[in-house]
Design a protein. Structure first.
Length: 486
């Protein structure tokens, strides 16, 4: 069993008083790690170390020196690729191919991409006239914002953590990472990488614990933290935003979603079925950008429902390292109970269960895991609970539509605005609908395809701010103007 400690000022340390909590495998419910729970003393120590690093060696590095270190971090992650894959599989239970083809490689890439961005984005300058005719020159400089609190989710823990840590460090900040209590392993393992490549002490810190009344709340309230970035549910984001208001500290949030998939009759049918299957069921549906509402043009509705049903029923359950496994458990038994409660509510409100709706029958010790079936419903009203509320599980409701205006109104009829995916071979329609759907990112004939230079974030109750490319620099730096009288 792993002993997971906090990582503060370059050292792995237990919490004062020895407070710990258990991390259980989502595969079978067995305890796989004992984790040190940080208290106020650990948060104070991490903030102190992070602020000292800003004033020390890290703060004196040139951009070239800093970005060279981040390249070394990425290379060391790649060298220890199998260690990160195994840690992430242990935490999440998701299949080997998901980790090796997406989550871990993209996590490593985040350090290189943002190292390149920070070196290649120009700042603005303006020459202005003055009454004496000599003029003045204004130019902008970017300075690190300071100590960044990074509060991470459990659904793609390494990828989403490095998406924030990469640009924060590239801009010269220091970070205190609070991973989810469900997924402590890869954030801790990254501490070993930081030490190995020579990142100065205090630049990267990790504190473990829960939200309210624990490490998450203490980090959010600490006045030594200059800004907070968070990915997770909207309710938690609201609490963090209230905490950040003390001291007028900046926030960047990617929050919940109830994302729509729109399938027109002229789509590439097989590609659309494959795309909606991925967007609804990848990572067992535990993807912020996943699709839980599917709208299919009426001429192909029945055919589409049956094709998606066949794919959902063909998933292969099992341990992530087993050959051929395509589908893993939910993150915890607690989350399993939440998702199953929605499954029951869908039935109670009159849904037709096309497939799934329960727990699969699995052999041996896997019976104790947090498994649920991929589930498809039809027949619900537009105001049904599972059509309105984010479930964050492997499920979707499919509804027919008749006109473009109708489906745009349906897609926008939500408090959320994170993403959508549109399937059509009509280029004019694709442009029209993409411009009208009120979300931060729209995919056309694809899903989960990301250029890290582009703006990413949600609208409405799906988030605040944008990250990615130069947009990350806008959050992780303070832009200052210098005016020189000539």
């Amino acid at each position: 069993m792993h002993q997971i400690e906090n990582f503060i000022n370059g050292e792995f340390t237990a919490a004062r008083g020895g407070k710990r909590f258990e991390k259980r495998s989502p595969l079978d419910g067995q305890v796989i790690a004992s984790v040190a729970e940080a208290g106020r003393a650990e948060i104070d120590a991490a903030v102190k170390a992070a602020r000292a690093a800003l004033q020390g060696e890290w703060g004196r590095l040139s951009i070239d020196q800093r970005t060279e270190l981040l390249y070394e971090v990425a290379n060391e992650i790649t060298r220890r690729f199998d260690d990160f894959v195994e840690a992430e599989m242990a935490d999440t239970g998701q299949p080997h191919h998901v980790m090796t083809h997406a989550f871990i490689p993209r996590g490593a890439a985040n350090f290189k991409v943002f190292a390149d961005v920070v070196k290649n984005v120009a700042s603005e300058s303006f020459q202005m006239a003055t009454p004496d005719g000599r003029g003045a020159l204004n130019y902008a400089i970017r300075s690190p914002k300071g100590v960044i609190g990074v509060i991470c989710p459990w659904n793609a823990p390494f990828l989403l953590m490095t998406w924030k840590v990469g640009p924060a460090l590239a801009c010269g900040n220091t970070v205190i990472v609070k991973p989810s209590e469900e997924t402590p392993l890869t954030a801790t393992l990254l501490g070993e990488v930081m030490n190995k490549v020579g990142v100065p002490k205090g630049v990267y810190n990790v504190i473990h614990g829960f939200g309210a009344g624990s490490a998450g709340e203490y980090l959010s309230l600490h006045q030594g933290v200059n800004a907070i970035t968070f990915t997770g549910e909207t309710r938690t984001g609201t609490a963090i935003m209230k905490a950040a208001a003390e001291g007028m500290r900046d926030v960047s949030f990617e929050l919940g979603g109830k994302n729509a998939g729109i399938v027109f009759a002229d789509c590439d049918f097989d590609a659309a079925v494959d795309g909606i299957f991925r967007s609804s069921f990848l990572n067992s549906g535990q993807v912020c950008l996943g699709t839980e509402r599917v709208y299919v043009e009426r001429p192909i509705f029945e055919k589409f429902v049956q094709a998606l049903k066949l794919k959902a029923e063909a998933v292969h359950y099992g341990r992530p390292e087993d050959h051929g496994v395509t589908y893993g458990p939910l993150i915890s038994l607690e989350h399993q109970r939440k998702v199953l409660s929605y499954y029951q509510q869908a039935v109670d409100e009159g849904a037709t269960v096309v497939t799934g709706g329960g727990v699969p029958k699995l052999p041996g010790d896997l019976k104790g895991g947090a498994w649920v079936q991929p589930t498809i419903w039809t027949g619900l009203a537009d105001d049904a609970t599972v059509v309105r509320e984010e479930i964050f599980g492997p499920c979707c409701h499919i509804r027919p539509f008749d006109t473009e205006d109708e489906v745009v109104n349906l897609a926008n009829d939500t408090q959320y605005g994170l993403s959508t995916t549109i399937w059509t071979q009509n280029l004019s329609r694709a442009h029209r609908v993409a411009a009208r759907v009120e979300v931060g990112i729209t995919w056309v004939n694809s899903w989960f395809l990301r250029d890290l230079r582009t703006p990413f974030g949600g609208s409405k109750q799906s988030g605040i701010g944008r990250e990615g490319g130069v947009h990350s620099l806008e959050f992780y730096t303070e832009t200052r103007n210098v005016c020189i009288k000539l």
